[in-house]
Design a protein around this ligand. Structure first.
Ligand code: AMP
Ligand code: MG
Length: 324
């Protein structure tokens, strides 16, 4: 079980990073973005968000094992001075002017654990960086894992429109409970999956980026299930949030290449949010996600998340389309 202090500090950490990212979205300058070795973009806000989450957790809990997406080495290289300064400015804006550049780098480096210890945190400081850059959806995703079991999942979705008309949501899943806080409210709203009467009436969500999930295969699967609603395309783990609160009842993430392995920080928090809201999450074969192989889900392919009721039907259709 996660301790009360761990839950409270994870919530405070993601709230603080959500504020930082929301303030930075749409205000980045030309030199604030870098393309990483794997061709994915990273911004000053990704690094700053990781620093702020690590600061909140280590202040409250002392030393932690953290598998964070960002690597402080990307800021240390020559020629990265402007990027580094941009990160430090954002962190100072959030934490105060007395934070030194070297302590910002040290905070980002807290996230360099390998995910092979018994108990570790994993963080995607901005999941869906492409959505963040487009001015659309992204998430701050933090989870605590013990011997392969997720114990705590927190998803900050600062730009997510809510049913009550507010913008920005924070989802918190602990064993047996999933709640959300909408806008600036401190009221914890219970979150439950919802599904229509038949799978044919279901709405499914998937990545905006066709390079992250095979949209031709998802169209074939939808057609096989008799689903006629257009896919709900939304970046980041906001897809898990969408399934958890019933905006959609299926999330399909279908491999675009045979050798891609999903990253633990892209799924741990979101998967737990869906499960504690009453849904089910597996890979495309129906196997449970296995968080015991370090930073990647080495034993899994793709993701299928559902309200639970339609899961077996969806997996059967996925198997037919992708082949077993
Ligand atoms: P999404 O916003 O759901 O499209 O997912 C964003 C995440 O996709 C990023 O955090 C990346 O780690 C991940 N990603 C990058 N390339 C791929 C790929 N080929 N297949 C699946 N996920 C990917
Ligand atoms: Mg990500």
């Amino acid at each position: 079980m996660a301790a009360e202090l761990e839950i409270e500090s994870a919530l405070a950490a993601v709230r603080s990073a959500s504020e930082l990212c929301s303030g930075a979205q749409g205000r980045l300058a030309a030199g604030d973005t870098l393309t990483k070795g794997d061709e994915s973009p990273v911004t000053v806000a990704d690094f700053a968000s990781q620093a702020v989450v690590c600061a909140a957790l280590t202040d409250a809990l002392g030393p932690i094992d953290m598998v964070g997406e960002e690597d402080s080495d990307d800021l240390r290289n020559d020629g990265r001075t402007a990027l580094r300064e941009g990160v430090v400015a954002l962190v100072r804006h959030q934490l105060g002017d007395d934070v030194s550049e070297s302590s910002v780098i040290d905070l980002i480096s807290v996230g360099s654990a390998d995910g092979r210890s018994d108990r570790y945190w994993t963080l995607d400081p901005i999941d869906g960086t492409k959505g963040f850059l487009r001015g659309e959806q992204y998430a701050i995703a933090l989870a605590l894992i013990e011997r392969g079991e997720v114990l705590l999942g927190v998803l900050g979705c600062p730009n997510l429109p809510n049913p009550d008309g507010t913008t920005g949501a924070l989802f918190v899943a602990t064993p047996g409970s999933c709640v959300a806080y909408y806008g600036s409210s401190t009221q914890a709203l219970p979150i439950r999956v919802a599904a229509p009467a038949s799978v044919a009436e279901a709405r499914f969500c998937e990545s905006v980026e066709s390079g992250h999930s095979n949209q031709d295969d998802s169209a074939r699967i939808a057609s096989l299930l008799g689903i006629s609603a257009e896919p709900y395309r939304i970046d980041s783990q906001c897809k898990y949030a969408a399934v958890a609160r019933g905006d959609a009842s299926i999330y399909l993430r279908l491999p675009t290449r045979a050798d891609y392995r999903e990253k633990i920080w892209d799924h741990a928090a979101g998967k737990f949010v869906v499960e504690q809201a009453g849904g089910r999450v597996t890979d495309v074969t129906g196997a449970p996600l296995d968080f015991t192989h370090g930073p990647k889900l080495e034993q899994n392919r793709g993701i299928v998340a559902t309200d639970g009721r339609f899961h077996d039907q969806v997996i059967a259709a996925v198997t037919t389309v992708l082949g077993s």
